[in-house]
Design a binder for this molecule. Structure first.
Ligand code: GDP
Ligand code: MG
Ligand code: K
Length: 293
């Protein structure tokens, strides 16, 4: 029996639905999803293993014009997605205005591997509008195969998935066939906490926060997890903690519930807030947080 395996790299602008679609394709909730842009900072591999194939999906940050070092690193993750792909999955949606200067689009045009173009969020428009949009993309990316779909409503996703499997090259698996992802459990713990920060706090706070898992002690009945929430400035520490500690307490409860679901274990979660001045522009911090290249 021949075995197939390949890297499917998912790219596109912020908020078109990359995380939603990749999670539906993978069938596990691996990348975090919120309505705020720039949620996904790392390349996240989700791996689908079947007897005769292995698909390695990566979900990347959208294109950004780097404003600070963290974003430079995020952009690097995205660009590297183009370098090692077997299949490119370029996602647009029915909301964004197609832009001829789109940096990713221009890279996709130069791709030498098969390009699948997903037009997401078709639940938001009428049939006629969709036909016009499909015509536009046929001209814009003549080599691409077009898949109109709705990731959120799980509509028309199976066709896309089947085509991906067809296009996989003959290859032995890249990862253990029982691996779900190349990221350890503690990575997802920090991502879940970061997602709750995004949901619980406003404005610039979420983008100033990094979560470090300081201790991850696996117990028979319970996991003891201690995390540091790094912020860039003193004033942000007060905001995270909130009046009489209420905001931090709520964050801890929200995060613990979801971590327990994810790990299938009872969890004792301790959260500390620490000011790590200007961590977003400090090489040492970025390196510790896994953003070095
Ligand atoms: P990413 O930034 O490209 O990873 O986008 P996300 O996956 O985080 O999705 C951004 C927003 O679009 C979220 O609020 C999703 O719920 C929403 N979204 C994703 N897919 C669909 C869809 O098929 N239809 C609609 N109406 N919304 C969607
Ligand atoms: Mg995302
Ligand atoms: K997002």
């Amino acid at each position: 029996m021949t075995h197939k395996a390949g890297f499917v790299n998912i790219i596109g602008n912020p908020n078109v639905g990359k995380s939603t679609l990749s999670n539906k394709l993978i069938g596990e909730r691996l990348s975090i999803i919120t309505s705020k842009a720039q949620t996904t900072r790392h390349r996240i591999f989700g791996i689908v293993n079947k007897e005769d194939y292995q698909i390695v999906f990566s979900d990347t940050p959208g294109v950004l014009k780097p404003k600070y070092k963290l974003q430079e690193s995020m952009l690097h993750f995205s660009k590297s997605a183009l370098a090692d792909a077997d299949i490119l999955l370029y996602i647009t949606d029915t909301v964004e205005t197609p832009d001829k200067n789109d940096e990713f689009l221009n890279m996709v045009k130069k791709a030498t591997v098969p390009v699948l173009l997903a037009i997401n969020k078709i639940d938001l428009i009428q049939q006629k509008e969709l036909e016009d949009l499909v015509d536009f993309w046929k001209k814009e990316l003549p080599e691409a195969e077009i898949y109109p779909l709705s990731a959120l409503h799980k509509f028309n996703i199976q066709n896309l998935y089947d085509r991906i499997v067809e296009l996989l090259p003959d290859s032995p698996p890249f990862f253990d066939k029982d691996a779900l992802t190349d990221k350890p459990e503690r990575f997802f713990v920090s991502e879940i906490i970061r997602e709750k920060v995004l949901l619980n706090y406003q404005k610039e706070i979420p983008y100033s926060v990094e979560v470090e898992v300081e201790q991850f002690k696996e117990g028979e009945k319970r996991h003891d997890i201690r995390c540091i929430i790094h912020v860039s400035r003193d004033s942000q520490k007060g905001i995270i903690i909130g009046h009489q500690g209420k905001a931090l307490k709520k964050l801890g409860i929200d995060a613990r519930k979801e971590i327990e679901l994810f790990l299938g274990k009872q969890v004792y979660l301790e959260l500390y807030v620490k000011v790590s001045k200007d961590w977003r522009d400090t090489d040492n911090f970025l390196k510790n947080f896994g953003y070095d290249q």
